[in-house]
Design a binder for this molecule. Structure first.
Ligand code: BDP
Length: 701
């Protein structure tokens, strides 16, 4: 009895404590991502929204519509701080009903003209419109499909979460890219290649009997951004994924993801017919191999009727491929594409190849291997190209292949996980980097032929288009390791939907949903985010340098081990890719090639990527290369120090848990940025033989 009394008192105080700490925002662990739906901080705005959304009607019944209902109950209830009644039928609609449904399910007045507008929205777009329904002002979310409704509902909740004016809504939105995909580098043993947020989410050993509820939250987070595909396993694939044992597991995941509009794809191992098919060859021209893949694809579609297709890494970093049999990449891709075509599946064939036989300059190899194959791929093949010609460096010029394969849909591969950008220790917002790639002008059809247009399929009118992000999620409670790494998942999804969105706007909308609406907090966090990428470029690879990291881990500085990339010598620094050097500049179209070829016009951010520059060469600032290099490394370390100071100002203004967890990582970043500065400058000084200048005082800059 006594015990019961104590425990109920304890429970009472525990509840009080939780309520108190929640109000003060003391204990958020990051699990909720940008879908927190905390009550609006401003009572005026909350009151206004309550007036504008009095009731909700969602037409129809299906798994996706149930998800929409649940999200609106959760989202509106949380944000508005009260339950919003759901109506049973449209005829009950009153003033300020939020109406959600396809036109099939919604007998709405013709004069609203929604049908014509919907015709342009395809099967994923949506329309959100303020309109009079039965003389009542209402908000309508409609689309041609339930997926469109799902995206529209999430968009509407985003409007509220970012405190937008919803008085006169008249907006439509359609994705600019068709396949918007996460690439997981997960292994079947439960690890994540280049993952810094714990183990694989998939829990293969438990599937299909047990499916973690967390996977529903994963699908929901992706749907909230419009991500519509997921490649479950690493491109360094294991043939086992194609065995019935694993296909059953994959099907269990696909069942969970389907109502969220998320299709499943698999990375396949080209030699699978030998490894699990009992054949002695995987030659794409061998009829038994062709038949094996056809049967395998049929089997997959029996398990997963909406299966997306295959991702393939072939003849790259030791992976098997068609070249093992004297066939081309196109021969290999097309054989798989033919097997998938009757089921409307596609092949995403990676261009990440750099076999030494191709060219002495690694940065030229993928172009040399793939540009000649343009026009040879089947119509359901996309060639998947990394953003830059090397490998996810802190900064790279855009891959020249984006201007070189007009007859092939090119899928842009970005890396969300921070393999070369400080893992989940560093605060780096990657949207500015991705925007630099998307805005890069290939000049393929004259000025304005940006990478974004190529990837959207607009430049050469391709029916297929795609973008992939190497995922940064794992089993960590906060999904991504670093709380700010969530912003990169977020920004990837939003940019995949619309590459035209601005990095700063994305930083701001993420911050408002994730941390706070307080203007000073928003400003502080957005500034931190927007400065962070350039800061890390300065820390590691300024002025176009690249691959200066250790072999193992790709985290610590190791310039001494990377001479083949930086080419430091007594004369200067940088890789000569001008016409006098490797000639990589001529993989770009005029006038881009001329601009890059000329030391005077090559943008300084790419300088040492394209040129071997003398230590005493004056740069734009008037300072020599050596002094400028020192300034950049010093600025990188200084920024890491400063960002920690700035962050400290937020103590007590955001929840304590996330504050401290980010603080702890900023401390690591500060320490390690200083180590980068010292390691790189001490090493390069051996060649420059010049003194390291004292760091510039803030007033010198
Ligand atoms: C590199 C990674 C390696 C991947 C490879 C790839 O270091 O682990 O397998 O990319 O993209 O960046 O296949």
């Amino acid at each position: 009895m006594k015990y019961a009394f104590c425990s109920s008192r304890l429970a009472f105080f525990a509840v009080l404590f939780c309520l108190g700490s929640w109000q003060l925002g003391w204990a958020e662990d990051g699990y909720d991502l940008w879908l927190r739906y905390r009550p609006m901080a401003s009572p005026e705005i909350q009151k206004q929204y309550r007036r504008q959304i009095g009731t909700v009607f969602v037409a129809g019944e299906s798994p996706t519509l149930r998800i929409i209902r649940k999200e609106l109950v959760h989202g509106l209830g949380g944000l508005l701080g009260q339950d919003i009644p759901f109506l049973e039928s449209l005829s009950a609609a009153k003033a300020s009903t939020l109406i959600v449904g396809t036109l099939e399910d919604l007998p709405l007045p013709k004069e609203l003209g929604l049908e014509t507008r919907l015709r342009q929205l395809g099967d994923e777009g949506f329309l959100i419109q303020t309109a009079e329904v039965r003389v009542h002002p209402c908000i309508i979310i409609t689309a041609n499909t339930e997926r469109g409704l799902l995206y529209g509902s999430f968009h509407f909740l985003r409007l509220l979460q970012t405190q937008q004016n919803i008085s006169h809504l008249a907006l439509t939105s359609t994705p600019k890219i068709r396949d918007r995909i996460l690439n997981h580098w997960d292994t079947l043993s439960g690890g994540v290649g280049r993952g810094y947020a714990g183990k694989s989410l998939w829990q293969w050993h438990e599937l299909p009997a047990t499916v973690s509820p967390r996977l529903t939250d994963y699908a929901r987070a992706n749907a909230s951004l419009g991500i519509n595909g997921t490649v479950l396993n690493s491109p360094n694939s294991e043939a086992r994924i194609l065995t019935p044992e694993y296909l059953r597991k994959v099907a269990a995941l696909a069942d969970i993801f389907r109502p969220y509009g998320l299709r499943v794809f698999l990375s396949v191992r080209f030699s699978a017919p030998r490894e699990i098919g009992g054949l002695e060859t995987a030659d794409p021209f061998d009829e038994r191999v062709v038949a094996w893949w056809e049967a395998k694809v049929r089997e997959i579609y029996q398990w997963i009727p909406d299966f997306g297709g295959f991702l393939v890494k072939a003849n790259s970093e030791g992976q098997p491929g068609p070249q093992d049999y004297g066939r081309t990449h196109a021969d290999g891709a097309n054989m798989l594409a033919r097997a998938l075509a009757p089921h409307r599946g596609r092949v995403m064939w990676r261009a990440f190849v750099y076999g030494q036989g191709l060219d002495a300059d690694r940065a030229k190899r993928a172009y040399e291997a793939f540009a000649p194959l343009d026009g040879q791929f089947a119509s359901n093949v996309l060639v998947q190209v990394k953003n830059g010609p090397l490998d996810f460096q802190p900064r790279e010029p855009a891959h020249p292949l984006f201007g070189a394969m007009p007859n092939t849909p090119l899928l842009l591969e970005l890396q969300i996980t921070q393999e070369y950008l400080g893992h989940s220790q560093y605060l780096v917002f990657l949207a500015p980097m991705w925007k630099e790639t998307l805005d890069f002008d290939t000049f393929a059809h004259g000025p304005g032929s940006t990478v974004a247009k190529v990837v959207e399929g607009r430049l050469d009118n391709h029916a297929l288009s795609g973008i992939a992000g190497v995922a940064n999620v794992g089993s960590d409670r906060n999904w991504c390791g670093h709380h700010f790494a969530q912003a990169n998942w977020y920004a990837f999804g939003r940019l995949a939907w619309n590459p035209g969105l601005g990095a700063q706007a994305l930083a701001e909308e993420w911050t408002r949903q994730t941390f706070s609406h307080e203007p000073d907090v928003v400003r502080t966090i957005v500034t931190l985010m927007m400065d962070s990428w350039e800061g890390v470029v300065n820390t590691m690879t300024p002025l176009g340098l690249n691959v200066l990291c250790s072999f193992r881990g790709h985290y610590d500085p190791a310039p001494q081990a990377r001479a083949s990339f930086h080419k430091a010598d007594a004369a200067g620094l940088g890789y000569d890719r001008s016409r006098a050097g490797s000639g990589a500049v001529d993989q770009y179209h005029p006038p881009q090639n001329e601009r890059l070829n000329n030391l005077a016009t090559c943008p300084e951010k790419y300088l040492l990527w394209f040129h071997h520059v003398a230590w005493n060469q004056p740069l734009q600032s008037g300072r020599t290369l050596w002094v400028e290099l020192c300034r950049h490394y010093q600025a990188g370390a200084e920024q890491a120090r400063r960002q920690r100071q700035i962050w400290r100002r937020l103590q007590g203004r955001i929840d304590d848990q996330r504050f401290h967890e980010v603080e702890a990582r900023l401390e690591i970043q500060e320490r390690d940025a200083a180590a980068w500065r010292d390691a790189c400058l001490n090493y390069f000084q051996k060649f420059s033989k010049r003194p390291i200048p004292a760091p510039a005082a803030a007033s010198d800059e």
